[in-house]
Design a protein around this ligand. Structure first.
Ligand code: AR6
Length: 178
């Protein structure tokens, strides 16, 4: 599904975040230490190769809501933007911290003059954020930020499962119809 607002196309698709060769940057659902891990972080570090963890080391630790950028190494993108999402029920207020992740990642992409950024559903795996709430925050934040974006023209949400895709489509549809 695609919706364009303020010149920014927001799109949702099912897929693997490490396989988005047409995006300038992909976003990592990182841990504070910016090390490899499970889920998205594991997949990104495996695909990027060990140089990514080496580049990350001096940038860590990061706090919930923060984002930092590295090269993409063996991934087919220019950059990886690493975000630490909130652990649901622990890092509060969750919605603000999750929103900060999306806003900070887009700010960095904009500063670098990137055109396209692909996000996974930050915090919705190991960090336990309910997917419906997270989708509303994620899509709401991208829409709020859209008027400030000049170089970023495509923001893609890459969802692993069919249900996660449907939830994001519903959130995007709700906004598109409002
Ligand atoms: N492509 C797209 N989405 C994916 C992929 C993939 N390859 N793999 C998983 N997902 P998570 P978090 C989905 O746990 O909740 C790590 O161990 C997944 O189904 O990766 O922010 C780190 O080291 C879920 O919907 O991120 C951190 O410690 C979403 O991506 C911690 O987990 C996010 O799941 C971060 O937890």
């Amino acid at each position: 599904m695609q919706v364009t607002r303020h010149g920014v196309t927001i799109e949702t698709m099912r897929g693997d975040i490490t396989r988005q060769p047409d995006c300038d940057a992909i976003v990592n659902a990182a841990n504070a230490e910016l090390r490899t891990g499970g889920g998205v972080a594991g997949a990104i570090h495996r695909a990027a190769g060990p140089e990514l963890e080496r580049e990350c080391r001096p940038l860590a630790p990061i706090l919930p809501g923060e984002a930092v950028m590295t090269a993409a190494h063996q991934l087919p993108n220019k950059h990886v933007i690493h975000c630490l999402g909130p652990v649901y029920g622990r890092d509060k207020p969750e919605a603000k911290l999750l929103s900060d992740c999306y806003r900070n990642a887009l700010r960095i992409a904009e500063e670098q003059g990137l055109e396209s950024v692909a996000f996974p559903a930050l915090s919705t795996g190991a960090f336990g954020y309910p997917i419906e709430e997270a989708a509303r925050v994620a899509i709401g934040t991208v829409l709020e930020t859209a008027p400030e974006l000049n170089s970023v023209a495509v923001v893609r949400f890459v969802l692993f499962g069919e249900r996660d895709l449907q939830v994001h489509d519903d959130a995007l549809r709700a906004v598109a119809e409002s």
